[in-house]
Each structure stands twice: as structure tokens, then as C-alpha cells.
Design a protein around this ligand. Sequence first.
Ligand code: KG4
Ligand code: ZN
Length: 336
Amino acid sequence: KERKLILAIESSCDETSVAVIENGDTILSNVVASQVKSHQRFGGVVPEVASRHHVEEITLCIEEALAEADVKPDDLGAVGVTYGPGLVGALLIGISAAKAFAWAHDLPLIPVNHMAGHIYAAHFVEPLQFPLMALLVSGGHTELVYMRETGSFEIIGETRDDAAGEAYDKVGRVLGLTYPSGKEIDELAHLGEDTYHFPRAMMKEDNYDFSFSGLKSSFINTVHNAEQRNEELIVKDLAASFQASVIDVLADKTIRACKEYPVKQLVMAGGVAANIGLRDRLSKEVTEELQGVTFIVPPLRLCGDNAAMIGAAAFVEAEKAHFADYHLNADPSLSF
Ligand code: KG4
Ligand code: ZN
């Protein structure tokens, strides 16, 4: 069988990542250089800092990914790169590196949508089967995407304001936790109980949209009011209450969407897909309520930003002969 090797590059936010993927489903290497420590003291990603780190890391990551995969540039068949959505300056570093590499080694260039990449991360767990529903939950996105076939994406619902991960990070800041705080809130939530009963926005509405800004405000008000009155706050219960509210709306709408649309699989992807509470809840509800539907969540290391997922999505694009020329530009607000 012919070996089709793709070098994949991801630099849309605060991780510089390069991977070598074989035939779209086997990871030969997946190097991730995280900048998270450099952004922590600012409580969020600083675009200019991110770009500088990408410049410093990108060639090292390419060399490391090739060495780890034991692959020479001549063995490769294509270069895939994220061109959006993301931070424009960050995206441009990956795109420039991909163009230079493709030009130097006479390889075709494949433009990849970062969010498609998150969905295709599930392909490393189990071959994707269509039609499928994908719940994409990250720091920048919260959306339900319906895929009738490979490479086809239809957003059936999305957040009207904050993304789920963004809400976790903002609430974490109020609690004085380190950025990004999703993982820590998830851990605290498992120790506490839903005693604060925050709102579940839009849960009963007849659509697949989400809203998290009301929950965030309600949380912040609760904390500030308690501080003013010198009342004691139980942090683990605050975390549990916040998380219960997020999980209730995400799970409710996702399961409803899977009942309305014909689906063979439900894929959950993006950084917030690492959330243990959300994984457990959806897994249980799919088993109980959706006969014949398989629930797939990528392993934790493939939930956050990485280039392996970009390589999997690039393989699909290459099969469809979707290539780019050297005019390829970053598209910071790229949608499906
Ligand atoms: O997909 P990702 O790595 O980057 C974006 O493209 O946004 O997602 C990062 C987000 C952050 O907001 C982070 O707090 C959140 O994912 N996150 C979590 C968990 N682990 C990471 N949120 C909730 N529970 C977690 N266990
Ligand atoms: Zn992402």
C-alpha cells in the first residue's frame, strides 16, 4: 500500500505544533510547543507575544517532527497548514513556514480550517462515519456542526456571545485561578455540589444556539455580593454549580440535535472536550437515549490545539484536490 505522508503545521493561537501523519489516520509524530506559561501572567493570550514565540519555535518543531517520525522531506507528499480561524499574526507564521517548506521541497500546499481539524482529531480514535454531529467546544468557539459527508460542514447552532472555554477562563479569573482555568474548575467541580443554581440560558428555546455571558455575569455577581457582605464563598461549590450549568445546556442541546438529525456518530472536540464532567455526561446520555449512535471524543492530548488533527483534515482535503497556491493568506474569522 502506498504511504501518503503529510507534514502538518498549526499556529493559530498559543501552541506551535508540527506533525507527520500517514494516510490521514496514523500519527508518526506530533510535536507541540506550548506558550501557555508566557501568557499566564497576562491572564490570556497576547497576540504579539504569541507571534514572536511561533517565529522562534516553528523551524525547531518542523525538524523535531521529521526526526521523530524518521521521515525525510523527500518522503512527504504534501504540506497541510491551518489558515484560520485564529490570530492573524500567529496564523501567518505557520502559513509562511508551510509555503517555504512546500516551495523548497516542491510539495503541494493544503489549506486547513482549524475547526475542521478539531473534528478530524476523532478520526484517530475511530474512522469517521457520516452523517455525524460534532459538538465543537473551545476557547474561541461553541457550535454544533452537522456533517452529511466527509468535508461538508453545516453549523446548526452556535454561541451568541462567549464560547464555553472563554466562560471557564473568565470565571477562573474571578476565582484567582491560573489561566487557562478550565481544567482546574473541572477538578474543583468534582469535589463540590450545585448549590448556587446558576441560570441555564436558552435551554428551553427551540434552536441549537447557546449563550454563556449571562451565566458568567450571574457568577461574578454572586462572588462580588458575597465579598461585599463578607459572606463565605465555597469555591468548590461555585465551580460545581458553574460546571453543572454549562454541562446541562451543552448536553441537552447536543442530544436534542442528534435526535432531530440522522446521525451515526457524535463527535465532541476542542479544548473543552477535555472536560471530564462533560465527557461522562454525554457518554451516559448517548448510551441511554441514542441507540445506534457512537460517541467519540479524542484523547486529552488531541483535544487541545495540535498539528496531528490538522494533518487528518488535510488528508481529506487532498483527496478532494483542494490545494492552495503561494497566495494563500490567513483568514482570522474563517468559518465553515
Ligand atoms: O481548543 P483549545 O486548546 O484552544 C482554542 O482553540 O480555543 O481550547 C482551550 C480552552 C480554554 O478555554 C481552556 O480553559 C479550556 O479549553 N479547557 C477546559 C478544560 N481543559 C481545557 N475547559 C473545561 N474543562 C476542561 N477540563
Ligand atoms: Zn482550537
